[in-house]
Ligand binder design. Structure first.
Ligand SMILES: [Cu+2]
Length: 235
């Protein structure tokens, strides 16, 4: 755990200051957060490549999953919605937040997750960061997404790293959903992502973009359950 000398409010970039975005921004993150991301980044490197290849060869793989072993509820589709609220909206300046901070879904069901973000600032990722890409192809748990998310209805495989505002990342499932900045705080951006998890259990999710406070942007909301990290449960 790196001590942070002072907590500056609103340490995230809010419209300017692109100079403060060195590749070192992830230093100083809480150690749990950091190790989860590192593990996922290593594991995900292969998955990401596989996704890119799959995307090139068959763009319409919708993952209906008839061949996925162990599915128990393959015909069930559930919808879950999360909102990304700004610090202004949640009453804690400089603390953007996912609300609710988690959800429960049946294992094996197709989950259509809609994330509506009112945050019009970016928290750019370092140029080499993998978190701007959509991930979701872990065979162990059966997450199947085709590596695609819909941004206001348009399918994309990634968001440019310097346009990322947040991510919804489940390291244990190798799922990563990058969220771009909203047009303005009154024009939210809507990101929709479809996936399926065959294994029962509770998994941590977190945001991988440095949207919190402190020099690194990894403090405050980034290290606090119920803000930029939480849990999802498959029953
Ligand atoms: Cu965030």
């Amino acid at each position: 755990m790196t001590p942070v000398g002072h907590h500056q409010k609103g340490g995230r970039r809010a419209g300017g200051d692109p100079a403060r975005l060195p590749a070192r921004r992830h230093e100083g993150a809480g150690s749990r957060h950091r190790s989860l991301l590192r593990t996922a980044a290593v594991l995900g490197a292969g998955a990401t490549i596989a996704l890119s290849l799959a995307a090139c060869s068959s763009s319409s793989a919708s993952g209906n999953g008839s061949s996925t072993a162990g599915l128990t509820a393959s015909t069930v589709t559930v919808h879950r919605t999360m909102e990304i609220q700004t610090g202004k909206m949640d009453g804690r300046s400089g603390w953007p937040r996912y609300s609710p901070s988690g959800f429960t879904a049946p294992a094996g069901a197709t989950v259509v997750l809609t994330i509506v973000s009112y945050d019009d600032g970016t928290a750019p990722l370092p140029p080499a960061s993998p978190w701007g890409q959509v991930w979701g192809a872990d065979a162990t748990y059966g997450a199947t997404t085709g590596g695609t998310e819909l941004v206001d209805g348009s399918p994309v495989h990634s968001i440019p790293n310097d346009q990322v505002a947040h991510t919804f990342t489940i390291p244990g499932l190798l799922i990563n959903v990058p969220i771009p900045a909203a047009q303005s705080s009154s024009h939210p951006v809507t990101v929709t992502f479809t996936f399926r998890v065959t294994k029962k259990g509770t998994f941590d999710w977190l945001c991988a973009a440095p949207c919190g406070s402190g020099e690194t942007g990894m403090g405050g909301a980034m290290n606090t359950d119920g803000w930029m990290m939480g849990h999802v449960t498959f029953t």
